[in-house]
Design a protein around this ligand. Structure first.
Ligand code: MRU
Length: 367
């Protein structure tokens, strides 16, 4: 390897001193990716060291690391790990390996666009850089560090733009986990809550448990409680009746991919919350960085929806809970139409109303 890359996990802000870091690079050019294994939470805080692309692929596939921005950062580092052994090959062969490892990692999960976005960024710097394998590889690792650092910055900015939406005494409903654990720091949907909390505002959060993998009960409750924010876990069906009883003031969720017209893919169950929120006249916000927008898809119908194993429904955490030969359906995401979304909180500001024109004005032709 040509030279050591100067980078420290301490360069990245911590969401709260009590919260373990989601993922970070340890060491220099011969270092490794450290991932908090989220399948073990909340019972155990275990860090998984990754030294090759296969370990990162498996971690993404099995949701050891999950949440759209975190998947992107993990994949960027995974691409560095998977190509490190090819550094001494001629430039063309090195670049072929970059494409192959990027394709492999991109196949781990289909819905969150941050995965492809981060891999494209790291691949592009390799191709644009002059020189041989070690020089290209060093640039790739710097780019992965930049993606990680930017993710924390963008999430913090999302929180700064969104905090004012949470009133004193407010009751906020969220779904799945779009918090610090889904990003490098702060999260997207939870970032306005962290910032409002820092500002001294008092409010309470309802976290849907989020069947079948319980990201809300296991992860959102874990990180909010560790940070001193009042949180109550709800079974997934409860939210609509709390809205009916006027016990929810706003809904804030994350996103896995936002189409050019604002249709938003997020964890299964998000759409039904949006329908209920509209019925009850409750504001429904999506929070996401620009890396989650995919302007190459015109609308939500074009977003690929991951179908996961029926075992996750049948015997999610060990106990068989589905009778006999009944089949299970396990789509991991659904699409909420833009018309049901009050606004999208981004690192640039609040995008409201959610229309194709507003989105293209916001991001120009990029995204
Ligand atoms: O299957 P998961 O746990 O990766 O799903 C995560 C979500 O749906 C999040 O809401 C989304 O990725 C946004 S994370 C900031």
């Amino acid at each position: 390897m040509s030279k050591t890359i100067e980078f420290s996990a301490d360069d990245i802000p911590r969401t709260h001193p009590q919260l373990p870091r989601t993922l970070y690079w340890e060491g220099g050019a011969d270092g490794q990716l450290a991932l908090l294994d989220q399948t073990r939470l909340p019972a155990e805080v275990v860090t998984l060291p990754c030294r090759d692309a296969a370990t990162v692929w498996e971690a993404i596939k099995m949701l050891r690391v999950r949440g759209a921005p975190a998947i992107g950062v993990a994949a960027a580092y995974g691409l560095c790990l998977g190509t490190r052994e090819h550094c001494d090959a001629p430039r063309d062969q090195f670049l072929t390996a970059v494409d192959e490892v990027a394709d492999y990692l991109n196949g781990a999960r289909p819905t969150a666009v941050n995965l492809a976005w981060a891999l494209r960024r790291v691949t592009a710097v390799a191709k644009e850089t002059e020189g041989d394998g070690p020089v290209l590889w060093a640039r790739m690792l710097s780019e992965a560090h930049a993606i990680a650092r930017e993710d924390a910055e963008r999430c913090r900015q999302i929180g700064e733009h969104g905090a004012a939406l949470i009133p004193e005494g407010g009751r906020v409903l969220t779904h799945c986990n779009a918090g610090a654990l889904a990003t490098v720091a702060y999260g997207t949907a939870l970032s306005p809550m962290y910032i409002a909390h820092e500002q001294g505002r008092r409010f309470s959060v309802f976290a849907d448990e989020t069947r079948p993998l319980l990201q809300g009960a296991r992860l959102t409750a874990f990180e909010l409680a560790a940070s001193g924010i009042d949180v109550t876990v709800l079974c997934d069906g409860v939210g609509a009746s709390l809205m009916q009883a006027r016990e929810i003031d706003l809904v804030v969720v994350g996103a896995d991919r936002i189409a050019a017209n604002g249709d938003t893919a997020n964890k299964i169950g998000t759409y039904s919350l949006a329908v209920a929120a509209r019925h009850h006249g409750i504001p429904f916000y999506v929070a996401a960085p620009s890396s989650t927008f995919d302007l190459s898809v015109a609308n939500g119908g074009q977003i690929p929806i991951e179908q996961r194993s029926d075992d996750e429904v049948r015997r999610g955490f060990g106990t068989e809970t589905v009778a006999g030969t009944a089949r299970c359906l396990n789509p991991a995401f659904d699409v909420t139409p833009a018309a049901l979304i009050t606004g999208i909180i981004t690192e640039i500001g609040l995008l409201e109303p959610v229309t194709a024109e507003r989105i293209s004005g916001f991001f120009g032709s990029g995204g």
